[in-house]
Design a protein around this ligand. Structure first.
Ligand code: SF4
Length: 409
């Protein structure tokens, strides 16, 4: 896979050495057991795959190169480039400004932009409406484009099935930048509706079967269907694509469920299902798959707790947390600063969008075994920072260098 020029501050010598060794030992990526780092009283089980993915490294390379090559110009990002606070704040400190926040709220009026300005499209991609708006302002919309190719692959899949007269059902978070972009591209070709989870898929199924009055659809799915969507006609042939970072098992369940609903409702033999349900396979990206499978592999081991590192608005990180929570106490933190002491931690409760303060997160007995992973937009340097901070509670920070040498040797 292509390698990118990512600022060294985001790298970690320890984690680079571990990843390199695991890659050499397992070129086909078949081994999802964690890497065990034994520091004596603290044992870290590091997930087989985590951290910066292809799309994030691509976006970082383009964004930082754009800043370097355009001194004196005004540089904007449509919104956060990726969902990582450190990377976004580094870009802000280099003079880049965000036009919108992650929820789509305007921070800088469009009218204040001019044709000399540079506007970078984030890794999530953007909507066709925003592309048109930029063009109208005299700004070439895709000149500085960091849209991840794996996101574009979903757009292409939606386009393909849309052109075959299937309605597109997007499994995604309706307000997430990527889902908004995918929705925009898809609806330009075919009727499109977003479902955020299996419950919404079940609600949608009631309209497929005609069990709910058609009129109620427009309230039930407000803000989640394309303009002109006709619920009496547009759910007769469907296909499912997803936001690339959703929980793989949930996307699969939704696709299987909708497929079953179509088959049963239209009384189709297996060979006929494609008449009503497009086979898209799942449209998750490789990184989401690898990171989620690595967490599943890690969870087969025993540990006292799990720590998941990433931006609090990062969809892929929250799904790693979701997986860990099923098995053991899990703490979602943005960086080592959240490890306040050996006893206290600030951590994100993504179910209720609030930061919690907990005590006694590390058991008193030793050795303490901690599972550790991070989202696809989290720099490895932040994960190393978390390891160092944990070790500092036992005065073991110096062991990091020795461990790096072990993996480099
Ligand atoms: S998580 Fe996947 S789709 Fe998203 S930026 Fe990374 S590689 Fe691209």
């Amino acid at each position: 896979m292509k390698t990118f020029n990512v600022p060294v501050i985001y790298r970690s010598p320890l984690i680079s050495a571990i990843k390199q060794q695991r890659k050499q030992q397992d070129k086909m990526k078949k081994d999802f057991t964690p890497t065990a780092l034994d520091f004596g009283p603290v044992k870290i089980l590091l997930a087989r795959h985590f951290g910066f993915c292809y799309g994030v490294e691509n976006a970082i390379e383009i964004a930082f190169r754009t800043v370097d090559e355009n001194e004196g110009k005004r540089i904007f990002l449509l919104s956060e480039m990726i969902h990582n606070p450190q990377v976004n704040s580094d870009l802000l400190s280099r003079g880049v400004r965000f036009i919108m926040d992650t929820g789509g709220k305007q921070l800088i009026p469009w009218e204040s932009l001019n044709p000399d300005d540079i506007v970078i499209i984030p890794a999530f991609g953007t909507t066709l409406e925003i592309e048109s708006r930029l063009s109208a302002l005299g700004i070439t919309p895709l000149q500085y484009n960091t849209t991840c190719p794996f996101v574009e692959r979903v757009w292409n899949k939606a386009d393909q099935i849309g052109k075959k007269d299937y309605t597109v059902i997007i499994h995604g978070k309706p307000k997430h930048e990527e889902t908004r972009a995918t929705f925009s591209h898809s609806q330009s070709v075919t009727p499109t509706v977003v479902v955020k989870d299996i419950h919404e898929a079940e609600k949608l199924a009631a309209y497929i079967r005609g069990e709910q009055p058609a009129d109620s659809f427009y309230e039930a799915f407000k803000g989640q269907y394309s303009e002109g969507f006709d619920v009496t006609k547009d759910l007769q042939r469907v296909g499912v694509v997803n936001q690339t970072t959703m929980l793989a098992s949930e996307t699969q369940s939704i696709a299987d469920y909708i497929r079953g609903v179509m088959q049963q409702h239209y009384q189709l033999e297996d060979a006929q299902v494609q008449e009503r349900f497009a086979d898209t396979r799942d449209t998750l990206c490789y990184a989401t798959n690898d990171n989620q499978t690595a967490v599943t592999g890690m969870l087969e081991a025993q540990a006292d707790l799990a720590i998941v590192v990433g931006g609090y608005n990062s969809s892929n990180t929250s799904h790693l947390v979701e997986l860990c929570e099923e098995k053991l106490p899990t703490y979602y933190i943005a960086s080592e600063e959240k490890l306040l002491s050996r006893d206290e931690i600030s951590h994100w409760d993504f179910h209720h969008s609030q930061e919690l303060h907990s005590t006694g997160y590390l058991p008193a007995k030793t050795p303490v075994t901690i599972m550790l992973t991070s989202g696809a937009s989290c720099p490895d340097a932040v994960v190393e920072g978390v390891i160092r901070k944990l070790l500092s509670f036992w005065d073991l920070e110096d062991e990091v260098e020795k461990m790096s040498i072990n993996f480099t040797a």
